[in-house]
Design a protein around this ligand. Structure first.
Ligand SMILES: [Zn+2]
Length: 121
């Protein structure tokens, strides 16, 4: 289950936005959250009054088939893709694996003691 946190953003137009965002992402249970993260929509909020979009700068705990890492939500997109390929979330062509494929990789990595913390990039 994904737990969400909430933040209040004061828009220059005078309205305030109540934004919610996930505190953790389990990549094989919720691959759509990975897609939204890459699209830049997961950690952003839009003012309903003036349409201005705000990025939410925080960290999210990502549980991948290779281990768990805290990832800054403003991580560079290319660095993010490299990370996702290294952690068996995405293939070399940039496609996010299916839940079944990721689960198989998770089992394989655990059996071969590859489920661990990699050095921070
Ligand atoms: Zn506004």
């Amino acid at each position: 289950m994904t737990s969400y946190s909430f933040t209040k953003i004061d828009c220059p137009c005078g309205k305030s936005i109540n934004a919610s965002y996930p505190m953790s992402i389990c990549t094989w249970l919720n691959p759509y959250l990975v897609e939204e993260f890459l699209e830049g929509t997961l950690f952003s909020a839009k003012c309903k009054s003036c349409d201005q979009v705000f990025q939410i700068n925080t960290s999210v705990l990502m549980n991948t088939p290779r281990g768990m890492w805290y990832i800054p939500t403003n991580k560079d997109l290319n660095a993010m893709k490299t990370f996702l390929i290294q952690t068996d979330v995405m293939n070399g062509e940039g496609k996010v694996y299916s839940p079944g494929e990721m689960y198989q990789k998770l089992e394989y990595n655990k059996t071969h003691k590859l489920y661990q913390k990699l050095p921070d990039s």
